[in-house]
Design a protein around this ligand. Structure first.
Ligand code: ATP
Length: 317
């Protein structure tokens, strides 16, 4: 029985000259995990993905796929990984079948299993009827499906997707996200993105990388807690002084934004919205708007980096 995690990274560092693009990253991926790897531009996502897929060597640290050392035995380790790079090298002049057969052979699929592997990958990616089409003639969304099909054609245990929905229209985005969710039933998936709703839509775990370091590693519920609103935006036609607002139960501080507009800060899960609305009505403050404010992803990056410092996610799978 195979008890090693699908992916295991231990204190991985990658330098480019003076830059530490990845700076001591450790985590594990288990079966059934769809792990969102979230971070702003230049945070180190692509570099980490390339290290896990064996396309880039770490400067130091350990990378294992199913217990196999990626540096020591790259051929065996790579056989368990499928990769959709940010810019997949799709051969525009090939048909879908030609391209997928070529990728399958490159990834060591035996000749007698070739047709079945290609057919299965196409079916799972919703392109079963498109084998004879030239890749260059497909829409961007269908090209991305071909990109995902090439990542799973050799039936890897681990699938790595780098910014898989970038450049797609909203309908294509929805379809590709559905496909990624479906992949999670058979593979461990790592999804790199800088789009928070993408992680919320498809992942069960999330990690945030910032300047090469993991600053947050949690379940999706943990992310929800972190994103819970801790402020309200209030617009009043006849506002009282700030002290009257501060006196309302549950309000921790009041920020004046512009005439009649306030940001009311409160503890997580202790919204004073109802008390505030009642007070506004009772006192004729002319309540125009009362809106919970969720912290933006950028705010969260700043928050977790400044307040907590680096944290490595050595979560068990
Ligand atoms: P993006 O979302 O923009 O793709 P990312 O999170 O994937 O960003 P990386 O591409 O991993 O970030 O880059 C991390 C850092 O390493 C950046 O500062 C980048 O400029 C640097 N970097 C990446 N590859 C190289 C390279 N081959 N040579 C020099 N510096 C590099």
């Amino acid at each position: 029985m195979d008890e090693a995690p699908l992916v295991h990274l231990e204190d991985v560092v990658r330098r480019f000259g003076g830059i530490r693009a990845v700076d001591g990253v450790s985590f594990q991926l288990g079966p059934g995990d769809v792990l969102g790897f979230l971070g702003p531009n230049g945070a180190g996502k692509t570099t980490t993905m390339k290290i896990i897929t064996g396309n880039l060597a770490p400067t130091s640290g350990r990378v294992e796929v199913r217990g196999i050392d990626m540096v020591g035995d790259p051929v065996r380790a790579k056989g368990s990984v499928g990769y959709l790079p940010e810019h997949p090298p799709l051969h525009q002049e090939l048909t879908v079948d030609e391209f997928l057969r070529y990728c399958a052979r490159l990834n060591g699929v035996r000749r007698r299993e070739l047709e079945e592997s290609v057919a299965t990958a196409k079916r799972r990616c919703g392109i079963a009827g498109m084998g004879g089409r030239l890749i260059g003639n497909l829409s961007r969304g269908y090209q991305q499906r071909v990109g995902i099909a090439q990542a799973i054609v050799h039936r890897p245990e681990v699938v790595i997707l780098d910014e898989p929905t970038i450049g797609l229209d909203p309908i294509q985005v929805r379809e590709i996200r559905e496909l990624i969710r479906e992949l999670g039933s058979e593979h461990g998936v790592i999804l790199s993105t800088h789009i928070l709703p993408e992680v919320q839509a498809v992942c069960n775990r999330v990690q945030i990388i910032h300047e090469g370091r993991l600053v947050f590693a949690e379940s999706l519920e943990g992310l929800g807690d972190r994103l819970a609103a801790t402020s309200l935006r209030v617009d009043l036609e006849r506002p009282p002084d700030a002290a009257s607002l501060e006196a309302i139960e549950g309000v921790s501080s009041v920020e004046m934004l512009e005439a009649g507009s306030f940001r009311i800060h409160h503890g997580s899960g202790e919204s004073p919205a109802e008390a505030l609305a009642r007070r506004a009505l009772d006192n004729g403050w002319g309540l125009r708007a009362l809106v919970p404010e969720e912290p933006s992803l950028e705010q969260m990056f700043i928050d977790v980096t400044l307040k907590e410092g680096p944290e490595t996610g050595e979560e068990a799978a």
